[in-house]
Design a protein around this ligand. Structure first.
Ligand code: FE2
Length: 283
């Protein structure tokens, strides 16, 4: 099994493609003096992302104050940070929300899981006034389980075995994955984002969202996504549900400064978040 996975990961062409435009936009928007025109010009090079941005800008989720017809209008109406979020959302959707023959339930469930974790991560930044850009937390939340999505796309039956096995055992999803695949989805995710040339922040979150204490450079961001992910799983949204095996890391809670009241607030916001995200979920 491990050999099969190594072969998959060593041949970038076999992996789901990530638009080059997205990688360029990600580095472009990190420049402090970047202009809206520069960003719009870059985005416009990818017709499917352009179409998605215009569609999502006009969705009730983003509530633009007036109709958005172009990428430049989207940037002017919603602002650079929100458009960055939408770029990642559109680019990730193609990869994360894939039609999986016979496993549509799992695919839909994982896409909803990714969206809820993204939204919750952003809310934690606002709630605790953390010094991290909200769109970065949103993107990290959106992509945290990319490794699992890819494992499910290539080995759907096996993932379901793991899901079953988990029901009868006091073990974690990542431990069972390692037993079956030789890698867990965090390691796979890291390899995929490395192949896509994604920034270090995202690579680290993907590689340690289940054990944020292992984060070397970005422990705060890893902790935010860990908390968002754990709350989402305990709420029953995701394919690795089984609350007893998922615990909030005390390290992460301390990093973020979360108290019981904050955690309760996030838990109770889940139904409303899910409702709000329905439109993005259906796409
Ligand atoms: Fe995960």
């Amino acid at each position: 099994m491990k050999d099969q996975i190594d072969a998959l990961l060593n041949d970038v062409k076999k992996l789901p493609p990530m638009s080059n435009v997205v990688v360029r936009i990600m580095s472009l928007v990190q420049k402090p003096d970047v202009s809206i025109n520069e960003v719009a010009a870059e985005i416009s090079k990818d017709p499917s992302i352009t179409a998605s941005i215009i569609k999502l800008s006009n969705s009730s989720y983003y509530r633009a104050s007036k109709p958005v017809r172009t990428v430049a209008e989207s940037l002017m109406t919603l602002g650079l940070d929100t458009v960055k979020e939408i770029v990642m959302l559109s680019a990730s959707k193609a990869v994360l929300q894939k039609d999986l023959k016979g496993y549509q339930l799992e695919a839909d469930e994982m896409w909803m899981h990714s969206l809820v974790v993204a939204e919750l991560s952003g809310r934690i930044i606002t709630l605790k006034k953390l010094p991290i850009p909200k769109d970065l937390a949103f993107t990290a939340g959106l992509l945290h389980d990319i490794g699992k999505v890819i494992l499910t796309q290539f080995f759907p039956g096996k993932i379901l075995n793991i899901k079953d096995e988990l029901k009868n055992m006091e073990t974690t999803f990542t431990e069972v994955e390692k037993k079956h695949f030789g890698y867990d989805h965090q390691e796979i995710g890291l390899k995929v984002l490395t192949a896509w040339n994604f920034p270090d922040e995202l690579k680290e979150v993907v590689s340690c969202h289940h054990n944020p204490e292992a984060a070397v450079k970005f422990p705060l961001l890893a902790s935010v996504v860990h908390i968002a992910n754990t709350i989402t799983i305990i709420s029953g949204i995701g394919i690795d549900i089984g609350g007893i095996n998922q615990e909030l890391s005390p390290f992460a809670l301390k990093q973020v400064g979360m108290n019981d009241k904050d955690i309760e607030l996030l838990f109770t916001s889940i139904p409303e978040i899910q409702k709000q995200l329905m439109e993005l979920h259906r796409g």
